[in-house]
Design a protein around this ligand. Structure first.
Ligand SMILES: C[S@@+](CC[C@H](N)C(=O)[O-])C[C@H]1O[C@@H](n2cnc3c(N)ncnc32)[C@H](O)[C@@H]1O
Length: 270
């Protein structure tokens, strides 16, 4: 196994920190969603448009997914469970959410307990070692999370294994457009996110293909990522100036082409 700078234990500790979760809920999304926004009008988006734009991203992914009431969906790195509960509400599908953080799994279970008729369950597990049978899901879904995984290829291969033939894997993730990033970006952006550069957008699609997936759609969302960080920097400024400054550095890294955001819709051949 190759040596990695960050470990799953580092990620688990970061997301088990409930004070951090409370801070993020105060400006990112009060309901605990932790991904980025997809804006209707990029040029004119304002801070209050950020959380609705995160919801718009959920809607975009759902529209691409083909998820129906008959679907059995694995949410990889489900965080606080908001998207899983929403997916089950919207479609009547079954959702199984897994995440490394036991704090987030507890939060997700609490959220789901408000809607006992939904078919949702949450488990503290790693994406790199899924405790599920081969061919047991129609869909695997993930948002804003896979970049944290040091052994990413293992996680992508696990998603492939648990999907049925014909199953759909759809996710968004950070990408690294360049091989070498500046020291400032490394320190203030990649290290802050516990993110080791792995793929540029094309290499990501190639990796999916090598695993066996057919890539049906690859979408560059980097402009939306840049807008997201501009707006969260504004939203965090009054209460959390340090975080606001880190978000502004992240925005600058995206503008400089040192960080990007991509969406992949892929299928395990039938
Ligand atoms: C930025 S949050 C996004 C959470 C959620 N998808 C959302 O959009 O709100 C990243 C999540 O990835 C989870 N995570 C990181 N590495 C993981 C792994 N190896 N297996 C499962 N979850 C992991 C973290 O615990 C965290 O909940």
């Amino acid at each position: 196994m190759s040596q990695t700078k960050f470990t799953e234990a580092n990620t688990e500790a970061l997301f088990d920190d409930l004070e951090r979760d409370a801070r993020f809920r105060s400006f990112w999304d009060p309901e605990g969603s932790l991904h980025w926004g997809y804006f209707e009008n990029l040029a004119n988006a304002r801070p209050e448009d950020f959380t609705p734009a995160c919801k718009r991203w959920d809607e975009y992914m759902l529209a691409q997914s083909g998820i129906t009431a008959e679907s059995r969906v694995l949410e990889v790195a489900c965080g606080n469970g908001k998207a899983a509960v929403w997916l089950a509400q919207q479609t009547g599908c079954e959702v199984v959410g897994i995440d490394l953080s036991s704090s987030y799994i507890d939060n997700a279970r609490k959220l789901a307990s408000n809607s006992p008729s939904l078919r949702v369950s949450f488990h503290k597990e790693s994406a790199t070692n899924l405790p599920f049978e081969n061919d047991s899901f129609t869909h695997a879904w993930s948002q804003g999370a896979l970049y944290h995984i040091p052994e990413l290829k293992k996680a992508l291969t696990e998603a492939y294994r648990v999907l049925r033939p014909g199953g759909i894997f759809l996710f968004d993730d950070l990408v690294s457009p360049v091989k070498e990033v500046s020291e400032t970006t490394r320190q203030h952006v990649y290290d802050r996110l516990l993110f080791e550069p792995k793929f540029n957008a094309e290499a990501y699609a190639d990796q999916l293909t090598q695993i066996g997936f057919t890539v049906l759609q690859a979408k560059d969302l980097s402009e939306h990522l840049e807008k997201s960080y501009q707006l969260v920097s504004e939203l965090a400024r009054a209460e959390y100036p340090d975080m606001s400054a880190a978000f502004e550095k992240t925005r600058q890294a995206i503008a400089a082409g040192e960080l990007g955001w991509g969406f992949y819709l892929s299928q395990k051949p039938a």
